[in-house]
Design a protein around this ligand. Structure first.
Ligand code: EPU
Length: 329
């Protein structure tokens, strides 16, 4: 039963299940079987059916300091480490760069796959290298930051490399001095100002981000969810200007002179779905971009709700919402 292994809390079954705690174990396993279903933190997946393949729970732990120079530390972290625990550890060591990514569910190993991001920071900004086992050859291969082809919630691991590699470790370059603090994201500034913090430390930023996330995003331990279910759509400036005419208050983030990102959460709220509930599947009441499982929703029920939202948003705004979560069907 995989309910405890996916943050949506969907009850599906795996015919066979194994936990691996080292790269050596993984390599031994690959010698016998290559048709695997990889499961790490289960924080970005929606299961809609039982899994026939052998489910491999990656639980490899360990953080190593590769080197330190005047201003930076270089770390390599095994993929099974919990993301938020790792971020808190970095903050406690005064290693800067990941503090804005506090409290994101999941493991270190999945962070590069979807290039996790929040509050003006993406994990790609601190990654130097990703190591992975090539399933076909059972050999370790290394991807430089550039080779990962990172984009907005995207990387080579969601595209050409999908299904061909098992990520084993992620290497980071973090600041030890002259931290580049990013507080420009509105909510962080307000949160710091509310606490009268004028010269924030890494810890202050982490604490602010945790407070903001807790106020908007449901805790997967209490209500099943996978964070943002859709990507924020990027539309042309012409389409945006036409929309803005009808909806002067539409929030927007210009990306280039011709493209604008608009928040999917706002679009979903406008079609009246914020806080809606159909059985145990619903749209979170404080953040319309987050679909939730109140208790016993099936993956299919959540997916059908997502499809209904996509249809309505397309109908009202002419925008196709792209699903960000990995739907297992
Ligand atoms: N908004 C609404 N209604 C809503 C939700 C949002 O009108 O129900 C509006 C807000 O008022 C604001 C704008 O939409 O003007 C943006 O909202 P917010 O700051 O909450 O961020 P988001 O765009 O909805 C993105 C990421 C989150 C990340 C936050 C903060 C994506 C798909 N989502 O959400 O990432 O935490 O920014 O940086 O890019 C995730 O990927 O799982 C995730 C949670």
């Amino acid at each position: 039963m995989l309910k405890g292994y996916n943050t949506f809390g969907i009850s599906v079954y795996a015919k066979r299940f194994i936990t691996v705690t080292s790269i050596y174990e993984l390599q031994q396993l690959l010698k016998i079987e290559k048709n695997l279903f990889l499961l790490s933190g289960g924080s970005n997946m929606l299961f809609t059916k039982d899994i026939d393949k052998l489910v491999v729970h990656i639980d490899t732990k360990g953080i190593s300091i590769d080197k330190e120079d005047d201003n930076f530390v270089y770390l390599t972290v095994n993929c099974g480490e919990n993301w938020h625990d790792f971020v808190l550890w970095c903050v406690s060591q005064n290693y800067g760069g990941l503090e804005n990514l506090s409290l994101i569910p999941g493991n270190v190993g999945t962070s590069p796959i979807q290039n996790i991001g929040a509050y003006g920071v993406e994990v790609k900004d601190s990654i130097t290298k990703v190591e992975a086992l090539k399933i076909e050859t059972n050999k370790l291969v290394s991807f430089s930051n550039e080779a990962c082809n990172f984009g907005y919630r995207n990387s080579i691991f969601k595209n050409e490399a999908k299904g061909k590699f098992i990520l084993t470790s992620v290497s980071f370059k973090l600041t030890t001095k002259k931290h580049r603090l990013i507080t420009s994201y509105g909510d962080i500034e307000n949160e710091l100002a509310n606490h009268n913090i004028k010269a924030p430390t890494l810890k202050d930023i982490s604490v602010a981000v945790i407070a903001i996330r807790k106020s908007k995003l449901p805790d997967p331990k209490e209500i099943g969810n996978s964070g943002s279910f859709f990507k924020n759509p990027i539309i042309s400036k012409a389409q945006f200007l036409a929309l803005q005419k009808e909806n002067p208050e539409i929030p927007n983030y210009p990306l280039s002179s011709t493209t604008i990102k608009v928040p999917a959460g706002w679009l979903v709220e406008q079609i009246g779905f914020k806080g809606k509930r159909y059985g145990d599947a619903g749209v979170h009441e404080k953040q319309a971009l987050v679909l939730v499982n109140y208790a016993n929703a099936t993956g299919t029920e959540i997916f059908q709700l997502a499809e209904r939202i996509q249809e309505k948003v397309l109908e009202k705004f002419g925008i196709s919402l792209e699903i960000e979560v990995n739907v297992i069907s």
